[in-house]
Ligand binder design. Structure first.
Ligand code: NAD
Ligand code: LMR
Length: 325
């Protein structure tokens, strides 16, 4: 039997974690022969609820779940972890924008960045899901100066899978027939889901769906999907967010499919004119556990304007928390 791998999850008593933890323990991330230790972080008042989740995890008798650590101390949670899912943060309610959460959630990611810096393994993969995800990832990354910036990413995978799902439904094809979709920019209503490079059964997607559907239907549907879920459920997306978190981390570990890419919000290296260091969603390929922004895609004037608007929004968020970087 392999030695157990440590995985931290913050906000472990929350909605997303209620799906995420059980899938991790079932082997959905690291496979059927890799034991894991779950290191679960919550705020002190939520520890009772988290103990209830712990009872349920134990009741599942997962063969791969070697141990569970429950704590309200970030350094204990991140001690020697290889993977960290930073989920814990307030979700927005109906009528709010994700950026309304910025100042409420910022301190969480400042504290957790410092704790990751002190305690996590040096090659840790940190995925920030808590909103506003791009700027929270920037906060965590900049507060962890001893970890490489490439240890950090924010989650735009749910936007990516939403985009694939919409395109596959429009073309009445299987999800497997769709490739090279990408979502650029901020995980906000400004995000730019882009079909200029997408393929359906190897055919240029825009030639199949038409520009009107792309501009008037597809883009706003993907941009506002989170808002629509909140309206319908009375709470923000949870199981689909947990699924996206597992998919993001799984691609980060195992690599992208041949010829395809995924959307990941990562520290910009200046590609496509996006200011270096801003956490911004790009099409990324993953090789040997390292993500690489896909270079040299042709960007027309329509796309360029949307990339620029997203950069401006992420930059504005950064300015609001600059004193914490
Ligand atoms: P939730 O309110 O159900 O759970 C959040 C949990 O975090 C709570 O249990 C809370 O006690 C805990 N928490 C708060 N501060 C903490 C801290 N300092 N340390 C550890 N835990 C802490 O919320 P949820 O529905 O699970 O959503 C979590 C976050 O994920 C929200 O910010 C939400 O907006 C975001 N989200 C992002 C995406 C995405 O695609 N990036 C998708 C869905 C939700
Ligand atoms: C989502 O996209 O579903 C999440 O970011 C939650 C939200 O506030 O929309």
């Amino acid at each position: 039997m392999k030695s157990p791998v440590d995985i931290a999850v913050t906000g472990a008593a929350g909605q997303i974690s209620y799906s995420l933890l059980f899938r991790l323990a079932a082997g959905d991330l690291l496979g059927p022969d890799q034991p894991i230790v779950l290191r679960l972080l919550e705020i002190t008042p939520a520890l009772d609820a988290l103990n209830g989740v712990l009872m349920e995890l134990n009741d599942c008798a997962y063969p791969l779940l070697h141990d569970v650590v429950v704590t309200d101390d970030p350094k204990t949670a991140f001690d020697h972890v290889d993977y960290a899912f930073l989920v814990g943060a307030k979700p927005r309610k109906q009528g709010m924008l994700r950026s309304d959460l910025l100042l409420q959630n910022a301190e969480i990611f400042q504290v957790q960045g410092k704790a990751l810096n002190a305690a996590a393994n040096r090659n840790v993969k940190v995925l920030v899901t808590g909103n506003p995800a791009n700027t929270n990832a920037l906060l965590a990354q900049r507060n962890a100066p001893d970890l490489a910036p490439s240890c950090f990413a924010a989650m735009s995978m749910l936007d990516h899978t939403r985009a694939i799902s919409q395109l596959a439904a429009k073309c009445a094809v299987s999800i497997r027939d769709v490739s090279n979709v990408c979502v650029w920019g901020n995980h906000s209503c400004m995000q730019y889901p882009d079909l200029h490079h997408a393929k359906v059964k190897g055919i240029d997607a825009l030639s199949l769906v038409g520009r009107d559907w792309f501009v008037d239907d597809f883009i706003p549907t993907v941009q506002h999907r989170g808002t629509e879920v909140i309206k319908a459920r009375g709470a923000s997306s949870a199981a689909s967010a947990a699924n996206a978190a597992i998919k993001h981390m799984s691609v980060w570990i195992n690599g992208t499919d041949d010829g395809d890419w995924v959307s990941m919000a990562v520290p910009s290296d200046g590609s496509y004119g996006i200011a270096e260091g801003l956490v911004y969603s790009f099409p990324c390929r993953v090789v040997d556990g390292q993500y690489h922004i896909v270079e040299s895609l042709e960007i027309n004037a329509f796309s360029r304007e949307r990339l620029r608007q997203n950069e401006a929004e992420v930059r504005e968020e950064m300015l609001a928390i600059q004193h914490m970087l």
